[in-house]
Write a protein that binds this ligand. Sequence first.
Ligand SMILES: Nc1ncnc2c1ncn2[C@@H]1O[C@H](COP(=O)(O)OP(=O)(O)O)[C@@H](O)[C@H]1O
Ligand SMILES: [Mg+2]
Length: 427
Amino acid sequence: MQRICSSASERRGMDTSSQSFELAELKQAFHMLTSVSKKMELSYERLKGQAEELKQELYEKNAKLVFSLREQERLEGFLEGILQNLPVGILVTDEAGKIRLANQKASDILERTERDLLGAGYADFEILGEVPLKPGASLEKRKGRTVYSCSVSSLSGSGTGDRGWVILIEDVTEIGRWKALAERQKRLSSMGEMGARIAHEIRNPLGSMELNAAMLLEELEGNPALYALAGRLASGVRTVTQTLSNLLNFAKGTDPRWERLEIPRLVGEALDFTGPLLREHQVRVQQDYAEQACSVLGDRILLRQALLNLIVNAVEGMEPGGCLRIGTVKQEETTGVWRGSPVMKVFVQDSGNGIPEGELDRIFDPFFTTKSQGTGLGLAIVNNIVESHGGIVEVESRVGTGSCFVMSLPCQQEESYDGYAAHPCGG
Ligand SMILES: Nc1ncnc2c1ncn2[C@@H]1O[C@H](COP(=O)(O)OP(=O)(O)O)[C@@H](O)[C@H]1O
Ligand SMILES: [Mg+2]
């Protein structure tokens, strides 16, 4: 019993010691847990900090990316804007000439939407048809009244797919117009100088020939055969003298006396002068003036002379019953010496036979005439007169349709542009 008791108390003692052992273990474990959890907490805090840093970094990188993306988009838009607004047509093709990009001007010139252009062959378009795909190739083509210069350069991209061609299509009509005028002016002034020198050289001997021919005629009055010969000689000399005086008139230059002129009144005077000729040829006359005041500073006699020459040419260029249209248009020049200033355009338009393309360059040259009785000085004189007023004279003519001569004179008032009607006399 005691034994039992002792062993019970022993057992109790044993229980207590194992309990305290367990407690110690538990305590240790708890300590470990606390320290581990502290460590974990620390690592968690560290990780959290790192995650926060990474998040911040990511945020910054993202912001930079968005910014550079926007910047790229802005740049793209900017370049696209430049491309679309360039006053030159631009086509980018692949190596075979298939269009991959076209700007607005190219669409306008080729009269196709950008969508229609993409994928089409560049050579399908008339003005580009003969342009070879070679670096530096260039060709001028006419489309109606407009002259286009088409030039090619090669596009060397980074990848093979990026290679191709850039085709520029530029409207060079105005450049050509001013170039032709400058060339004409240069040619005429050298012709004028030469003419004046020749006239000067032959004037004196011609004067004595005229005098001698007159004396000879007097001497030969009794001899009809010789008198006729001398008569022909005298008339030949007279013709040469007349030509010479025309030449001198042309070469001596003009010095305008300036006054303010109303164009309708000036035209009225020129039409009065040519009345008999107009009636004889049954010419219908239509006058058409710009709504605004039609006055310029100029020389009445000289400008009337220029109008007369143009009217006579118009009548001579038409069959009887033709139509003559005279008037004015006010326009602001966009190119050349008068860029931005108003210009008075006085036009004389006929419904005649027109002038062949090959002659258009020469009609202003002195002594160029296609008429058996012509002097070839009318237009050279018109050119001189208009030039002495600081203006230019130009012609547009189509065989079978008629011609329109336009004198452009600088003027002081600002007015708007009307444009010419397509046909004289409303036809
Ligand atoms: N309105 C016109 N219609 C057709 N041809 C014209 C016209 N005006 C001028 N021409 C051409 O220009 C040439 C030169 O004209 P111009 O200098 O006046 O000399 P001319 O009248 O003496 O021949 C004319 O011979 C003609 O061939
Ligand atoms: Mg003439």
